[in-house]
Design a protein around this ligand. Sequence first.
Ligand code: UD1
Length: 355
Amino acid sequence: MKNILTIVGARPQFVKAAVVSKALSEIGINETIIHTGQHYDYEMSTVFWEELNLPSPSVNLEVGSGLHGAQTGLMLEKIERYILNLESKPDALIVYGDTNSTIAGALVASKLHIPVIHIEAGLRSFNREMPEEINRVVTDHISTLLFCSSNEGVQQLEKEGISENVFNVGDVMYDAILTFSEISSRKYSLNDLVQFGENEFYLATIHRPSNTDSEENLNEILTAFSNIDAPVVWPVHPRNRKKLRGKDVPRNIYMLEPVSYFKMITLLKNCRAVLTDSGGLQKEAYWMKKPCITIREETEWVETLHGGWNQITGASKEKIVNAVKTKTVTIWKPLYGDGKAAKAIASELNEYFKI
Ligand code: UD1
């Protein structure tokens, strides 16, 4: 049996790991999970582990918040020490997506000659001002096995000279939404969460530094939200909390604490459309057949733009309001796999490592 180490640290990674961990254990792979502690509030971390039934991490490195250098540096030091103290060297290390936990895990493993497995590889925004873009590029270039969500990722990696051990398996977040959708509906009804009915509200999330840390952009977004035709339900990321303090929040905006994954799915299923700068939520809106307005200058998930399902507005009040008014969608086609990405990953690993 092979021993695989997994590094997670931020909210979306708990969701991805939930389905992959299950698939790994079904195939007999022994997995140890390390939580870097990048996200640490109950609502940003613990609730996901509880709801998604994730195997407990063998360690929480409690790295917490910090500047990028300090946060990543602390992760590097702590992950390395943890691995060096293990009785035997892991056969491989899994990282997900594009966070500081991703790059830290990948860097440590590659320097210890442990093969890196990158799930959600080949994704690009082509905006190097985003910390996530740097994390993606570097992680891809030091990975041994690369799992992409679509053919776009495979082609991008090829352009960058990476073509060995690259697989298009689909997106594990699609597996997650299919797996947990029914359970979410059984656990929560819309009434438990908000006072609005089906299709009576928009669902918003904002957490990118380019929006939260720019006073101008945040004001544009608030003005846009106050000028659209229905209430906006907004689970607020901790990054926003401080920035919004003291601001005049328009009366049609209903702010919530960050919500759990099951609550999020329930809100998503019932909203009229989504307003977001999140990567994951753009795909989830698509899978739930909800129009999405992406408050960024670009998207990595370019496939979602077809048929008007996703519109890019940047943080411009006019563009956001206009996109909400004109949202019309045409044909929906399946994107990012068939909901069996985790199984495909487990089976490729089985083959590669001859478990
Ligand atoms: C990170 C990822 C991003 C991912 C996002 C999902 C990086 C560079 N970015 O950004 O790719 O899409 O997670 O949410 O890794 N905070 C709390 N409580 C928490 C967590 C964070 O108060 O539980 C606060 C911190 O004090 C900090 C801010 O939120 O001021 C941002 O935390 P950070 O760790 O940088 O992550 P995200 O911005 O969430």
